[in-house]
Design a protein around this ligand. Structure first.
Ligand SMILES: Cc1ncc(COP(=O)(O)O)c(C=O)c1O
Length: 300
């Protein structure tokens, strides 16, 4: 993402993101584009706890940011922290707006393989069709290669050339052993036709785990939540509007259960938490155990 932003924007121009969004984008923009800032498009209505309730209003805001010089919009699909996927018509309209302003739509596909229901249209888009489309893929989630910083980018050849220039002077050959292992896995699983079934069974495993988390939130906490449409998380508002950092610390100290404070994901999450079901997809009982403990502690 860092290298891509340096290629497509000049320092000082703003980068559009949703509020909330992936917490790392703030620092990425600071490092890649000095004097640039994030232009937040509100996506989570904290009163009704719904996602993109007024798509046209969000698109109008994007239009205004672009008129003021924004050159890219980053959308994680599915999103972190909300695990939501904007509608096909929304993503298409956002792409058109970026195109009108000679800007880029950057789809962060870190969680692409973990979608739960209908496959989004944008999964089959290509920069060959849309020159202003950039998609960034990662092996972190679907191949459990977190921390390797290993993936690939699809973009117009001029963008790729620019990214190559930057990576030539930063890293030349990332993690050779891991590249070899991934290549071997892909070759083998395509040949014996197990790749598709691996992806399907993995995403269904996460979907089932998400459902278990939601059932437990309803049963033991009674909090609002967003139904995950993919990915590894849901987000919930904190009772009594407590600050998310102090709330998470208090719950952790008293129950041993860790949630993630919402603050880093954007202003809309200052009084909310992200709950991750991903690590417990092989140990669903722990989800019930953890949520039950939180419920018991809060009811004291
Ligand atoms: C939306 C999003 N993009 C990118 C990443 C990081 O991907 P990588 O590990 O390939 O750097 C994450 C990791 O949590 C993420 O949530």
């Amino acid at each position: 993402m860092h290298d891509t932003l340096r290629v497509v924007q000049n320092p000082g121009s703003s980068v559009c993101v949703f509020d909330p969004t992936y917490a790392n984008y703030g620092n990425t923009v600071k490092c890649a584009l000095p004097n640039s800032h994030l232009s937040y498009i509100p996506a989570l209505d904290t009163a009704s706890w719904t996602y993109l309730p007024d798509p046209q209003q969000s698109l109008d805001m994007l239009q205004d940011f672009c008129k003021n010089g924004a050159k890219s919009l980053i959308i994680p699909v599915p999103d972190n922290p909300t695990s939501q996927i904007p509608s096909d018509s929304f993503i298409k309209a956002a792409r058109d707006i970026m195109e009108d302003h000679h800007g880029f739509l950057i789809l962060d596909f870190a969680y692409k393989a973990l979608w739960f229901d209908d496959m989004p249209d944008c999964y089959s888009w290509s920069p060959n069709q849309f020159e202003n489309l950039i998609s960034i893929h990662s092996h972190s989630k679907w191949l459990s290669s977190l921390g390797r910083r290993f993936g690939w980018i699809e973009a117009h050849p001029n963008v790729i050339k620019g990214i190559e220039k930057i990576t030539e002077s930063t890293l030349l050959s990332p993690d050779t052993l891991h590249s070899m292992a991934t290549t071997r896995f892909l070759k083998k699983s395509i040949k014996n036709q197990t790749l598709k079934s691996y992806i399907n069974s993995t995403r269904m495993l996460y979907k089932k785990t998400a459902e278990i988390l939601i059932e437990n939130i309803e049963q033991y906490l009674g909090w609002n939540y967003l139904i995950p449409q993919g990915g590894l998380y849901t987000v919930c508002p904190i009772p009594n509007n407590e600050n998310s950092v102090t709330f998470v610390e208090r719950v952790l100290k008293n129950t041993g259960v860790l949630m993630i404070p919402g603050t880093g994901f954007g202003p809309s999450m200052n009084h909310a938490v992200r709950i991750s079901y991903g690590p417990l997809c092989y140990d669903n009982n722990k989800i019930e155990e953890g949520i039950k403990k939180i419920g018991k502690y809060l009811s004291i």
